[in-house]
Design a protein around this ligand. Structure first.
Ligand code: DQA
Length: 145
């Protein structure tokens, strides 16, 4: 069975490439998705992005039936969404939290993650390569299980 990974992005990440490029880089989400597809040819990816908290909850629920795991950038919801934390905790598939920026080196309100404690781990600060590292960590976790 091929490994199936949902790459899930939260609010404002649809604007990557034009949004605060000094912090988040110049690559668009489409470019990041293409790079992952090329780098991990054996993995079946699904790419989803939503600016709506409830939609992200629904996508996490749906993933539990069809995906091996999730690489999740919850965007600003990271810092205050109990609903997303509960959604991650509710599903038995592993979730890796990723951030382009190093959230621990920024404003105090970004240092706390509601979601990280229910994920298998967090990767933060490597720009778009955080997604690559997230996939590598998830695959290794799945293969060791
Ligand atoms: C982010 C960090 C969050 O604090 C911020 O709200 C984002 C992007 C990141 O990838 O660095 O939207 O998740």
């Amino acid at each position: 069975m091929p490994i199936k990974i949902l790459i899930l992005n939260g609010p404002n990440l649809n604007l990557l490439g034009e949004r605060e490029t000094g912090t988040y880089g110049k690559e668009t989400l489409a470019v990041i998705e293409k790079t992952l597809t090329k780098a991990f040819t054996k993995i079946q990816f699904e790419f989803r992005q939503s600016n709506v908290e409830g939609e992200l909850v629904n996508l996490i629920h749906a993933a539990r039936k069809k995906d091996s795991g999730i690489v999740f950038n919850p965007g600003a919801y990271t810092h205050y969404s109990i609903a997303l934390r509960d959604a991650v905790a509710a599903v038995s598939i592993p979730v890796v939290e990723v951030h382009l920026s190093n959230i621990h080196a920024r404003e105090d309100f970004r240092k706390n993650s509601m979601t990280a404690p229910v994920c298998i781990g967090q990767i933060s600060g490597f720009g778009s390569y955080s997604y690559h590292l997230g996939v590598m960590a998830l695959v290794r976790y799945l293969e060791k299980k």
